[in-house]
Design a protein around this ligand. Structure first.
Ligand code: NAD
Ligand code: ZN
Length: 253
């Protein structure tokens, strides 16, 4: 029988793959109740990223950025839980069909779901760091009675993830580029692939001969250019289906 559905073709590719790496973005966490930046319902429909999420904007007026962006992020992320998109990737890892997740997300949900090798390309929101003394404090322990919140030393707290205009943690960048060059399949899930340098990661994989499989309800700049397969839909729906398809194939061997 010839498989024609993209999801079946994707399951075929994954079940035969040696080294699979996933690149995830805000879309995989949408069904955990975390709004993405771009796309439908995204935060950027309401505000300009350079106004609120740039390091210069934060340093110029931390109170404003805390009020417009960080406070709401904290409220949502303090209680967000993994969804079937995250747990589907854990299943793939347990079947030996996913080695590492490179995530642009700062929500910690891949680790909460149980994925064991997660590269946090943009850092993690679970911690806040003092601008003056560098001490860190868990975000869910931060009291919002005063905005911007302060460290015991009186310094202002900032999230331990990166703002626009800041450097990618060098070890995350180097390791992601190495994995991209070495994998034979890259799953690109829930990312608009418009933020550099993370958007270059699938191109490195493609240049080194990897198949690119996208999961996204909307086309991206990768679609029809470097993607071999586009699974159009929600990650929470498609990733578990994909994992189920791989399990069936591995069990029948
Ligand atoms: P993005 O906001 O630019 O794009 C989100 C993508 O997800 C879009 O292409 C959209 O079509 C797709 N999408 C929407 N719903 C989906 C679903 N249910 N399943 C699969 N895909 C879905 O996200 P980005 O490319 O990751 O880049 C934005 C930056 O903002 C990143 O650097 C990230 O660090 C940060 N961010 C993080 C979070 C988080 O940690 N959860 C949330 C918002 C933004
Ligand atoms: Zn301090």
């Amino acid at each position: 029988m010839i498989n024609t559905r993209p999801i079946d073709q994707a399951a075929d590719i994954l079940s035969n793959a040696q080294t699979v790496v996933a690149l995830t973005g805000a879309g995989i966490s949408v069904e955990s109740g975390i709004p993405p930046f771009r796309g439908k319902g995204g935060l950027w429909e309401k505000m300009d990223p350079m106004e609120v999420a740039h390091i210069d904007a934060f340093l110029e007026n931390p109170e404003r950025v805390w009020r417009l962006l960080i406070k709401d992020m904290k409220t949502v992320l303090d209680t967000a839980r993994p969804n079937p998109g995250h747990t589907g990737l854990v299943d793939l890892e347990q079947m030996g069909r996913l080695q590492t997740i490179i995530t642009q997300n700062v929500d910690g949900l891949h680790q909460a779901a149980g994925s064991s090798d997660v590269i946090e390309f943009h850092g993690n929101f679970a911690w806040q760091r003092c601008l003056d003394c560098d001490q860190t404090i868990r975000t869910d322990q931060v009291d919002l009675a005063k905005i911007p919140p302060q460290c015991g030393c009186g310094g202002i707290l900032r999230p331990d993830c990166i703002f626009f205009g800041e450097m990618i943690p060098p070890e995350a960048l180097v390791r992601s580029q190495q994995l991209a060059a070495a994998c034979d399949v890259m799953l690109v899930i829930g990312t608009s692939a418009m933020v550099q340098p993370s958007a270059s990661i699938p191109f490195i994989a493609k240049d080194n001969g990897a198949d690119i499989i996208e999961v996204n309800p909307e086309p991206t700049p990768l679609s029809g250019r470097i993607s071999n397969l586009q699974l159009m839909g929600r990650a929470a729906n498609l990733v578990p289906q994909l994992a189920g398809g791989v399990r069936k194939r591995l069990n029948s061997h």
